[in-house]
Design a protein around this ligand. Structure first.
Ligand SMILES: [Zn+2]
Ligand SMILES: [Zn+2]
Ligand SMILES: [Zn+2]
Length: 56
């Protein structure tokens, strides 16, 4: 029996968003809250979630 982890932090370093594996954007085995985070903030904008100002 495996333990299901149903909540985890977005893999983006500066992001504080919590994501669920079933709804997260999955990339390279990591989970992200948004396409923007998954792509490493290519245009320098944040994920757009309230209270989070990650960007990079
Ligand atoms: Zn974020
Ligand atoms: Zn994120
Ligand atoms: Zn991010």
């Amino acid at each position: 029996m495996t333990v299901a982890v149903d909540q985890m932090k977005c893999a983006c370093e500066s992001c504080v968003c919590i994501v669920k594996p079933e709804t997260a954007i999955q990339k390279n085995g990591k989970y992200y809250c948004s396409e923007t985070c998954a792509n490493g903030h290519p245009d320098g904008s944040g994920c757009g979630h309230t209270g989070c100002d990650c960007h990079s």
